[in-house]
Design a protein around this ligand. Structure first.
Ligand code: SF4
Length: 209
């Protein structure tokens, strides 16, 4: 698959505008998004941020008062503990500011590569490439990568996509994955990338047999 074709398709279909969001909200929403659907994350984040907007407010809150608004995101007991712990660490070690380096972000509990990269891109506008389930699935289907884990996908994508194009990839593929290249029943017949896609090619070959 030609990377330049993918990039120009995504840029024309899903223009990316950098709108630096509040780092604390990006970090907490991404924690909430772990192991749940996008729509549940949106509800839980909006519930939580209507009550608490700062690390101090969450650090001082009772656990049950954090659990209740984030219930729609699932695993709410674990996530509430984690969110409060992260808020306390941010106050104690980072002066109340979400760190802006990858290495420092990874020191926070429950923060892995995807979450750290999301904060770098969506809060600080840095060149990073967060790989979530959409990015992992679509990259493999297209044949851009052949990988088993999101970490392998991230490394491979970074080696084939020029750094100047990394920033929009996550947001663009998430949208594409929701609309067209869905986890189940991808809309291959109307997909603008179907002529380049390995998954589609294999499906057609099987049908012809
Ligand atoms: S052709 Fe199908 S599998 Fe390939 S990218 Fe498009 S929707 Fe996804």
């Amino acid at each position: 698959m030609k990377v330049s074709k993918l990039v120009s398709f995504l840029n024309s279909k899903y223009p990316f505008k950098i709108s630096s969001r509040e780092p604390f909200k990006v970090l907490i929403s991404t924690i909430l998004s772990q192991r749940t659907r996008d729509e549940n994350t949106e509800i839980a984040s909006s519930n939580l941020f209507s009550k608490y907007t700062t690390p101090q407010a969450i650090a001082d809150a009772r656990l049950e008062d954090i659990e209740s608004p984030i219930k729609p995101a699932g695993f709410y007991r674990v996530k509430a503990r984690r969110i409060r712990e992260i808020s306390r660490i941010i106050l104690r070690r980072f002066n109340g500011r979400v760190p802006s380096s990858f290495e420092e972000l990874l020191t926070l509990p429950g923060v892995g590569r995807k979450t750290a990269n999301c904060v770098l891109v969506f809060a600080y506008g840095k060149d990073a490439l967060p790989v979530d389930t959409h990015v992992h699935r679509i990259s493999n289907r297209l044949g851009l990568v052949s990988s088993r884990t999101p970490h392998q996908t991230e490394a491979k994508l970074k080696s084939v996509i020029p750094k100047r194009h990394w920033k929009p990839i996550n947001a663009q593929l998430v949208q594409f994955g929701r609309e067209i290249c869905r986890p189940i029943n991808p809309q291959c017949s109307i997909c603008g990338l179907n002529a380049l896609c390995q998954f589609r090619k294999k499906r057609l070959q099987i049908k012809q047999k």
